[in-house]
Write a protein that binds this ligand. Sequence first.
Ligand SMILES: NC(=O)c1ccc[n+]([C@@H]2O[C@H](COP(=O)([O-])OP(=O)(O)OC[C@H]3O[C@@H](n4cnc5c(N)ncnc54)[C@H](OP(=O)(O)O)[C@@H]3O)[C@@H](O)[C@H]2O)c1
Length: 286
Amino acid sequence: MHKYNFLEGILFLSTAFNEKKLRRELQGKTILITGASSGIGKELAYLLANINVHMILVARREEQLLTIKKELEKGEAKVSVFRADLRNSEEMERLLAFVHQLPGGIDIVVSNAGLSIHRPISKSLDRYHDFTRTMAINYFAPVQLLLSVIPLLEKNKGHVINVSTINALLIPIPYWAAYQASKSAFDTWFRSSTPELNVLGILTTSIYLPLVRTPMIEPTASYQDVPAMSSIHVAKIIARSMYTKRKIYKPWWLIFGQLGSLFGRGLWEIFIPKMLRKEREKMHDR
Ligand SMILES: NC(=O)c1ccc[n+]([C@@H]2O[C@H](COP(=O)([O-])OP(=O)(O)OC[C@H]3O[C@@H](n4cnc5c(N)ncnc54)[C@H](OP(=O)(O)O)[C@@H]3O)[C@@H](O)[C@H]2O)c1
């Protein structure tokens, strides 16, 4: 497990976590977790393994899901795995059919599956597909999933937890256009729908995450030495929201970034192009 250094300890204050309350809250419930084959989704599944729940774990890599199922079933949880590429309508429909035939429906959806892409626009000119594939998994898939399961969640007075990113609340940063636009699209959809869902008796939680040390950030070399949350910490934050029913999680320091985004846009638009220009010049000199 990743151990926090001093700075990470301050940035990512530990989360009070009450296993008894969680256990009481979740008894007998059915929880759908998308993106459960690695990173945050997988860690969450392990955290819930000793509770009497039915977990439905969804992702494309079936082998990983089956290995996880085998290990988790040593605990109390019942585990179903469902292989699906959520960008593919037919595979999504099969998942939805499976969910709809469950006698008790579902109680909690953790919308977590996601894809990130770090690429400058200048290197994306022939890569329109980067923009369609991020929208497909980060926006259209959770919309399609939720539209279908809202009646089930309404019946059970259920809960939707969206695993979002702090970037959805901040000034967008260069090189992340595809990822940020698609995550922000779903964040906006979810925030817009929240009052309507709440009226139906469906609870909603948005988890705004900073960098998290998962396979998602492995390809980005510059992130290896940057402070990052651990996936077990994030799993605890998500699980905690299941019994606190808190509507939003965000790191304590995000407010400063939000204020900066609000009042510092002018400065940002002067400073960032200068920085990018210098970076380009350095690259050309090499
Ligand atoms: N890591 C970070 O720094 C960070 C920061 C903020 C927010 N987040 C968010 O946290 C969530 C989880 O990411 P992670 O960091 O745990 O990354 P990860 O380890 O790469 O996990 C992503 C999960 O999504 C699944 N997935 C991707 N494309 C899919 C598709 N087309 N159909 C079905 N499942 C798909 C992957 O499974 P398969 O490949 O097996 O399909 C995997 O289980 C994402 O929504 C991400 O945007 C992450």
